[in-house]
Write a protein that binds this ligand. Structure first.
Ligand code: MRU
Length: 320
């Protein structure tokens, strides 16, 4: 099953706001509907956002074929729908570069981005599983954060794809999914995907992660990224940094799995990245709140970055 695709002239997505209660497919016919789906996290996760950006430009190219000004505005709105994952603007720009060749060329480019993400997920699953086995030995116990499965990509996923591959190789002793406050991508989405894949797992509250590592119950942390900077800083769902600190203190690997489409060597470090502020409403019950959606894990806390083409041993001085 694909999280996002182009079907009969519209973008179809699995509505991730409805999971795990309901597996619902949304058909998006307009750029406005697509942007609303991105901003509500109906479609989310860096690789899926890259594909959404490209399909969004394909939608815009059809609707505004005779109005270049309106087309430009629509493309900019897509690029800016969420600021942190580099894939969104990158996917939109890549598709937009084909506009001079017509709407069908734009759609072909969007299909290419979709297919590259599918291939990248498969490559990362193998490369990452090899690395985890090398670093941790047979049958490690892993902790993951947010959702990095097929829902966040097109199929398979990034870090969760590695978990799936280790399970397939019978080289996995256990998985803890960190629940990922406030929108519960771990408790809702990762748990749903692991259950579908037949992988036993437990959910932990986010703040328990570092303690579980300190108590020797985790052999490695494995998670994804929304942007990887030139110096190796990793931007990912808020809470990742705490897990990196916990892993550092416990002396266990902290491994980041992301496609090359998430590596942004034009951004020197995490300090240059806009961290999305999703506002207080997702958090407030009894008081006002601050709600950064992502955080920055400094490169000196990262063991390795696994992409579809390479393993970057950040701990040994390698950089993207
Ligand atoms: C393969 S997805 C990697 C990241 O995009 C993921 O960990 C993440 O932080 C997603 O955040 P989200 O706000 O749910 O889009």
């Amino acid at each position: 099953m694909r999280t996002i695709d182009w079907v009969d002239g519209a973008v179809e997505i699995i509505d991730q706001t409805a999971l795990p209660g309901e597996l619902r497919v949304l058909r998006l016919h307009t750029v406005g509907e697509l942007i609303a789906a991105i901003q509500s996290l109906a479609v989310r996760g860096a690789p899926a956002l890259g594909v959404a950006g490209a399909f969004g430009v394909a939608l815009a190219a059809r609707v505004h074929a005779d109005d270049p000004a309106a087309l430009g505005v629509a493309i900019r709105k897509i690029e800016e729908a969420r600021p942190t994952a580099v894939n969104l603007a990158r996917g939109a720009r890549r598709a937009a570069a084909r506009l001079p060749l017509g709407p069908e060329a734009v759609l072909s480019e969007a299909y290419a981005i979709r297919d590259e993400e599918i291939a990248a997920s498969k490559a990362m699953a193998f490369r990452g599983a090899d690395l985890i086995t090398e670093l941790c030995g047979a049958r490690p116990r892993l902790l993951t954060h947010c959702n990095t499965g097929g829902l966040a990509a097109v199929t398979v996923g990034t870090a969760l794809g590695v978990v799936g591959e280790l399970h397939r190789r019978e080289r996995l002793a256990g998985v803890i999914a960190s629940e990922t406050r406030p929108l519960l991508q771990g408790a809702r989405l990762t748990s749903w995907e692991l259950t579908r894949w037949g992988i036993e797992h437990r959910v932990a509250v986010d703040s328990a992660g570092p303690f579980l590592m300190a108590r020797g119950e985790v052999d490695a942390v494995i998670l994804g990224a929304d942007r990887i900077c030139a110096n190796g800083d990793v931007i990912n769902k808020v809470g990742s940094y705490s897990h990196a600190l916990g892993a550092h203190r416990a002396g266990i690997p902290f491994v980041v799995v992301a496609p090359e489409s998430t590596v942004d060597v034009d951004t020197p470090s995490g300090a240059h990245v806009e961290i999305e502020d999703r506002g207080a409403a997702e958090v407030t019950a009894w008081s006002d709140a601050v709600n950064p959606a992502f955080d920055i894990t400094p490169h000196d806390l990262v063991t390795a970055i696994v992409t579809d083409r390479r393993v970057i041993r950040v701990d040994q001085g390698e950089r993207p």
